[in-house]
Design a protein around this ligand. Structure first.
Ligand SMILES: Nc1ncnc2c1ncn2[C@@H]1O[C@H](COP(=O)(O)OP(=O)(O)OP(=O)(O)O)[C@@H](O)[C@H]1O
Ligand SMILES: [Mg+2]
Length: 330
């Protein structure tokens, strides 16, 4: 039997009592395990409500939600808490509790022994690049970015399969935000969690997502890869949201990994070819390609091993798939 998708949402609606319109309106989609999905849309379009339906803080007015093939409403709440880590809008840290106690909240609820909790705290502080002596600090003694990291550690604590992240980087400055985005991508590549990440920042969505779900007024307008959103926007709303006309700028937000071709170890030119990181952006790769005179770039992973190749043709083909003008045509 093939594994069911990590998350299935079937015709789910949520209408709050006393409201005229559904906050989430007949949404259906599936998420494959290990994908990083970004929910993107204007304020009030239903992003937070959708996350809260998935982790059972709200009950759908219609439709159903399956986690690994099981209806969430049938699962015991402790199972839902264990399977899903939740990073809430603003930081969800308890101000009167030290960092270590904040990280330990869910493991405690699940009845873990103290040595296991301690070991897990050490591991998570290291994963998130936080000094171990931060354990004893209170949230107010940390910078905004550090607080966000502790929030992620808190959500990862019981090793959930699914992470729901509601604008986790909304409150930090641009530089910290870029660092946190990189860290999230690194953690995602390492742990392969299924992640639903909410933002209203288009650049953040394009940079992080395997697939982006664009929402508007409770409905899903388009659910597709960043590249497809840029090149084949479903309607004028999506097109103007992602400013798909500004191809060069948008290429700067696409990850090399999203367009790279498979690595061909037999190709002669590869030994001397310039290297780019799989996490680099396509615009920088394009300028390296054009500037160095090389006809191919070797794409390398975190461990510096080749994982793919990039050529002008590959970049152009990725953009052309949709009949949009090629990069050089602007
Ligand atoms: N508990 C509630 N009772 C009534 N209406 C609600 C409730 N929670 C949310 N809503 C309404 O549902 C709609 C969607 O809200 P939601 O919080 O999901 O939006 P959002 O996309 O997360 O917005 P933002 O980007 O501002 O966080 C809004 O119109 C909101 O007013
Ligand atoms: Mg919200």
């Amino acid at each position: 039997m093939t594994k069911p998708p990590a998350i299935v949402v079937e015709h789910v609606s949520k209408q709050f009592a006393g409201t005229a319109q559904s906050s989430v309106d007949d949404c259906s989609f599936e998420v494959t395990a290990g994908q990083l999905i970004v929910l993107l849309g204007p304020s009030g379009c239903g992003k937070t409500t959708l996350l809260k339906l998935i982790n059972r803080l709200y009950e759908p007015s219609a439709g159903r939600i399956l986690l690994n093939g099981t209806d969430v409403m049938q699962l015991p709440v402790t199972n839902v808490r264990r399977q899903i880590g939740y990073v809430i809008q603003q930081t969800g840290l308890f101000p009167h509790m030290r960092v270590e106690a904040n990280i330990a909240v869910v493991p405690r609820l699940l009845g873990w022994e103290q040595p296991r909790i301690d070991a897990r705290i050490d591991q998570l502080l290291e994963l998130l690049d936080l000094p171990n002596d931060y354990r004893r600090r209170y949230p107010r003694q940390l910078s905004g970015g550090e607080q966000q990291r502790v929030g992620i550690a808190q959500a990862l604590a019981a090793d959930p399969e699914i992470m729901l992240m509601d604008e986790p980087f909304g409150a930090v400055d641009a530089i910290t935000r870029a660092r946190l985005q990189e860290e999230l991508l690194r953690i995602h590549r390492k742990l392969h969690k299924t992640i639903l990440f909410v933002t209203h920042d288009v650049d953040e969505a394009l940079r992080l997502a395997d697939k982006i779900m664009v929402m508007r007024q409770g409905q899903i307008v388009q659910f597709d890869t960043p590249l497809a959103l840029l090149t084949q926007p479903a309607d004028q709303f999506v097109a103007s949201l992602v400013a798909s006309g500004d191809m060069l700028r948008r290429l700067g937000l696409l990850q090399v990994g999203a367009v790279a071709g498979p690595f061909d170890g037999n190709r002669m030119a590869l030994a001397d070819a310039p290297r780019v990181s799989v996490n680099g952006d396509v615009r920088a790769a394009l300028s390296l390609l054009l500037g160095s005179g090389a006809d191919v770039l070797v794409v390398v992973g975190d461990d510096e091993q080749p994982v793919g190749m990039l050529t002008f043709d590959i970049i152009q083909a990725a953009i052309r798939q949709s009949g949009q003008p090629p990069v050089g045509g602007r």
